[in-house]
Write a protein that binds this ligand. Structure first.
Ligand code: FE2
Length: 311
């Protein structure tokens, strides 16, 4: 899901520099050499106290920087690094990022209107991105992929339905399908290519729960999020989407296995629910509305202080 971030990055940088100059206690890693005051032990104690204050979001940023330092598309971080980042995400609470279900982002839309999903951008570089999706009830992020990425999704509050798939290894790849003869209308239409996928997750998750993790070729690389209640999801992508590097976000239709016939492909009747044919939608679905929020755009100053990230 491509979200415009350049303005947000500029605002973030401006905010960090402004606040650091105005209030040096926000800097969690002050330069010891710069502490040249002559207050002796008192000054050193104050320095130690400042060094110990690291916000959960700063900790997340620092951990991501370490975990994704050797980022290369398709390369999964070491299992120890995965565990480390998972543990940091486990500890993050809605209040750490200044969110609560009572905020306007999470209100139901007017009758007949598509629930708009907000994306709060925290950080993006060429190695990883961090952001939060805010869902009103019934908000949907349609089925999409994460090419070459490792993605951590932490549900901060609410209940979210996740349906995810992985490609079937050695399965038919972008083949022409013939619609099931029982669907006369569809069988008359030339079908775009489809690819066979296996269901990985098809469940509701209610916070607090463990983060879900997907990988380039397993763990449910293609997923759809549907908000059962208002909810917020903290997402870490490593590496992020990049059109320049060929990591586009592709959206898919998913059709039941029985809808199409492909030469040489069969699945036992009792296992058919676990498979689906995925078809490239070709563009971002029109009904999918994501509003990117500037970092600090509508958040209160207190929240901005909590979200201060030292890059
Ligand atoms: Fe996703």
């Amino acid at each position: 899901m491509g979200i415009e971030t350049s303005v947000a990055n500029k605002k973030e940088k401006e905010f960090c520099e402004l606040e650091k100059a105005k209030n040096p206690i926000l800097d969690p890693y002050p330069n010891p050499k710069a502490n040249t005051n002559s207050k002796g032990k008192k000054g050193r104690r104050r320095h130690l106290k400042k060094a110990a204050v690291v916000s959960p979001v700063q900790k997340l940023y620092d951990t991501c920087k370490e975990v994704f330092k050797d980022r290369r598309p398709g390369i999964v971080p070491h299992p120890d690094s995965i565990d480390k980042l998972r543990a940091v995400l486990d500890d993050i609470k809605p209040e750490d990022v200044g969110l609560s279900p009572e905020m306007p982002y999470f209100r139901s839309p007017a009758a007949g209107r598509t629930p708009a999903i907000r994306y709060l951008h925290l950080h993006e570089c060429d190695k990883f991105s961090i952001g939060i999706f805010c869902f009103p009830p019934s908000g949907v992020i349609p089925l999409h992929n994460h090419p070459g990425m490792t993605v951590f999704s932490k549900l901060l509050f609410g209940t979210l339905h996740i349906k995810s798939y992985d490609w079937v290894v050695d399965g038919p790849c972008n083949v022409s399908a013939v619609a099931n003869p029982s669907d006369v209308k569809q069988s008359e239409i030339q079908q775009p290519p489809v690819q066979l996928a296996k269901v990985k997750i098809n469940s509701n998750f209610t916070a607090p729960c463990n983060p879900t993790i997907l990988y380039p070729a397993e763990g449910g690389n293609m997923h759809r999020f549907t908000a059962v209640t208002a909810c917020a999801v903290l997402d870490v992508l490593g590496p992020p989407y990049s059109d320049a590097e060929g990591r586009h976000c592709t959206y898919y239709y998913d059709f039941p296995f029985g809808n199409f016939s492909v030469d040489g492909v069969s699945v036992p009747e009792e296992e058919r629910e676990s498979y689906a044919w995925l078809q490239d939608k070709g563009k971002q679905p029109e009904e999918f509305a994501v509003v990117g929020e500037l970092y600090g755009g509508t958040w209160c100053f207190f929240t901005l202080q909590l979200l201060y990230i030292k890059g």
